[in-house]
Design a binder for this molecule. Structure first.
Ligand code: MTE
Length: 443
């Protein structure tokens, strides 16, 4: 049987993994010897411990497991399917100590354990200002008022009979990576970048509802979106954007929205920071000037180095991150590793992602996996052979406007270090000789 020229190295994923503690121990012990002896190292890479075990007779192959000899469980035992018991480590997590009240907090998506570009609905990050509710759709209403010929109130049934569209888009909280402005703050990609998710959303274009109510095209310049939760979340959206690609959505990944994500109705504002994606949407008002609501006057503003604030900055600029290998993971073998990550831009499509393994001195262009969609996550992959020496892994994305993701030095020159929002700097992961990966900032 012919062997691939380079055997893929093993990785202990954080926080979940496919290796038993015994296997990890075995490899770790082997690697320490291996690092002492370059000659042994070369042959060990070619052979690999897994191959050796197969030749001796791997019990996982030779002994028939119970599932091969017994009747399996019946259909519809779980009328709504749930993940395997072996995947229980893959979950949304709250960053300990980040917020004082769990209802006004955030849970981060486990980006390190996801494939492709779609975030499973149960793992979509959550950000609530005053907790979530499971609202009865039969009692939910959407009012459209203000500078319109006729103010209207829609039931869910009214809305869901209108012509709908389905679009795949990312949503990123403006505060994503916000803890890292000053310096390294959190260990894993779940916490550095996990206020990010991507779903297929289904709903009616907001332009259809505005046409239905007859907006005053001469006077109308902005719309206000209002949520039905206790936080009175209200956000101003310029009319040209509202008429462009904004959706009033009830669908997420082929089913109704999850309560945590705004069931039964939320606004989808592609490319724009998450706070404008008002959940439990109950009102759209058409007006002629911005409202300067609390969440656009004192929060979600960018503190600049000269002490002034930028207001109404809302586009999520081009950004990327390597999700594997990433902070908290351990490379257990030298040799081949697939570097994989996500790139996105609030302005359009990802055009290119370059990857460096030496802290930004040299760059290679990664493969963009299809589909590459506008204002959606794009998955990138690149082959890499780790020779066992320390490395700094980075990805740098470019979008179809030609904008290139900045490094920390470039971003801080313009934005300083005391901001919270819109940190799209290049992320660095340090790979130590031991195989451990950690979060660092190299400039
Ligand atoms: N809408 C309402 N009504 N209440 C909220 O607290 N949080 C906003 C936005 N919409 C919020 C809201 C913020 S800050 C973000 S980042 C996104 O919802 C998060 O959406 P998600 O919880 O579906 O990930």
């Amino acid at each position: 049987m012919s062997q691939p020229p380079v055997r893929p190295g093993r990785i202990r994923r954080a926080p979940e993994g496919f290796l038993t503690p015994e296997q990890i121990g075995e490899v770790a012990a082997g690697r320490r010897d291996f690092l002492r002896n370059a000659f042994v190292a070369a042959t060990a890479v070619a052979a690999g411990t897994g191959v050796a075990r197969a030749a001796e007779g791997d019990p996982a192959i030779l002994t028939l497991p119970e599932h091969s000899t017994t009747l399996g469980r019946p259909v519809a035992e779980r009328p709504y399917g749930t993940p395997s018991q072996y995947e229980s480590g893959l979950k949304r997590r709250e960053s300990p100590g980040l917020t004082r009240v769990a209802a006004a907090s955030v849970s981060f998506a486990p980006l390190q354990g996801l494939f492709g570009i779609i975030t499973p609905s149960g793992l979509h990050f959550e950000r609530h200002h005053q907790g979530w509710h499971d609202i009865d759709p039969a009692r939910h209403r959407l009012m459209v008022n203000g500078l319109v010929k006729e103010a209207r109130v829609y039931t869910m049934d009214d809305l869901m009979r209108l012509p709908s569209v389905s679009r795949i888009h990312f949503i990123e909280c403006g505060a994503n990576t916000g803890m890292e402005w000053g310096n390294v703050a959190v260990p894993t990609v779940q916490y550095t970048h996990g206020m990010l998710s991507c779903s297929e959303f289904t709903g009616v274009p907001l332009s259809v509802l505005l046409d239905d109510c007859g907006i005053d095209r001469k006077k109308a310049k902005f719309v206000l979106a209002e949520g039905a939760d206790g936080s009175s979340m209200t956000r101003t959206i310029p009319l040209d954007r509202a008429l462009d690609d904004v959706l009033v959505a009830w669908g997420q990944n082929g089913e109704m929205l999850r309560p945590e994500n705004g069931y039964p109705l939320r606004l989808v504002v592609p490319g724009i920071q998450g706070v404008s994606w008002v959940k439990w949407l109950r009102r759209i008002e058409v007006g002629d000037k911005p409202w300067a609501a609390k969440d656009e006057a004192i929060h979600y503003i960018d503190l600049l180095p000269d002490g002034t604030h930028r207001q109404y900055t809302s586009i999520q600029e081009c950004k990327s991150v390597i999700t594997t290998p990433s902070g908290g993971q351990t490379l257990l073998d030298r040799g081949f590793h697939n570097i994989s990550g996500l790139a996105w831009s609030g302005r359009g499509k990802i055009k290119r992602v370059d990857v460096s393994t030496d802290g930004g001195r040299n760059w290679r262009t990664a493969r963009l996996e299809t589909p590459v969609l506008s204002k959606a996550l794009t998955r990138f992959n690149i082959d890499w052979v780790w020779d066992g020496s320390p490395a700094i892994l980075q990805s740098r994305a470019m979008d179809d406007t030609g904008y290139v993701q900045p490094n920390y030095a470039q971003l801080r020159e313009v934005r300083g270090t005391r901001s919270i929002y819109h940190n799209n700097a290049i992320q660095s992961w340090k790979l130590a000789e031991s195989g451990d990966v950690s979060n660092v900032q190299v400039y």
